[in-house]
Design a protein around this ligand. Structure first.
Ligand code: 6PG
Length: 255
């Protein structure tokens, strides 16, 4: 595995299994340090996590202490029932939490029965009660879309413009007054998502991406101009000291 610090976080390039093992270790380390307090971990959507879940179960990669302590959610969600093939938490439940026997008390899916705005409000309340005010996730896993989106922050998202405006108004704390979690209509339908301010309120962000199809997006992020409305994952620059990129060699071939 090769590693270097970049403007967007620590960039680790390696083989898939090395990256999978690193992802498990990255979640376990802060949990081991945080024994006395609630430890929250957001999983994410896409095909990469599904492969990683299967690997974790097969390799028994997640330590029992982590599984016993972690409170699980997902960084973003479609407004669909857990049983849907579109549900990010549903996939995490079926492929990781069920096989590993994680009890329901440690599962915190986004509510999806109420209309999206009400669901987001309910999630914000529940999350503040669980994690404390102003806190997002101790560990947040993310994926990268071919269009360089992450979570449900797509190119041109209003979340990027409100974050940029807040950063201009209050450079010392660009998250002040912004919600950490919201519902919004996107080009891919209604979504519930962590926001840029929420990403800044995470302890650690792990963004894992695999395959040659991601090479152009990674090139735009790491080698292109800073332009989050076009390459939303560049927003991670604002919390780069807490971001780790896990990228396989095929995806990294242009950076
Ligand atoms: C979504 C997807 C998406 C996903 C990335 C990466 O909600 O639109 O879940 O955000 O995380 O597209 O997907 P892969 O893991 O399949 O590359």
């Amino acid at each position: 595995m090769t590693e270097k610090n970049t403007d967007y976080g620590r960039l680790c390039i390696g083989k898939k299994e090395e990256l999978f093992a690193r992802a498990a270790a990255l979640a376990a380390e802060p949990q081991a340090r945080a024994r006395e307090k609630v430890f929250t971990w957001a999983l994410t959507g896409g095909l990469t996590p599904l492969e990683w879940y299967d690997w974790c179960v097969r390799a028994r990669a997640l330590p029992p202490a982590l599984l016993a302590a972690a409170q699980f959610t997902v960084s973003d969600e479609r407004h669909v029932p857990l049983t849907s093939d579109e549900s990010n938490f549903g996939h995490a439940a079926r492929r990781l939490l069920d096989p590993l026997g994680v009890p329901s008390a440690q599962r915190h899916p986004w509510p999806v029965r109420p209309v999206p705005a009400v669901a987001a409000e309910a999630y914000r309340h529940a999350w503040t009660a669980l994690a404390g005010p102003g806190r997002a996730y101790d560990v947040c896993f993310l994926g990268l879309g071919d269009d360089a989106h992450t979570a449900s922050i797509f190119p041109g998202s209003p979340l990027l413009s409100s974050f940029a405006k807040a950063a201009e108004d209050k450079p010392a704390d660009s998250s002040a007054g912004l919600d950490l979690f919201v519902a919004l209509e996107t080009s891919k339908g209604p979504r519930l998502t962590i926001t840029p301010a929420g990403l800044r309120a995470c302890g650690l962000i792990v963004i894992m991406t695999l395959g040659a199809g991601k090479a152009p997006a990674l090139k735009r992020i790491f080698a292109g101009p800073y332009d989050p409305p076009k390459a939303p994952a560049q927003i991670l620059k604002t919390c780069a000291d807490r971001v780790v990129w896990l990228v396989d060699e095929a995806a990294a071939k242009e950076i």
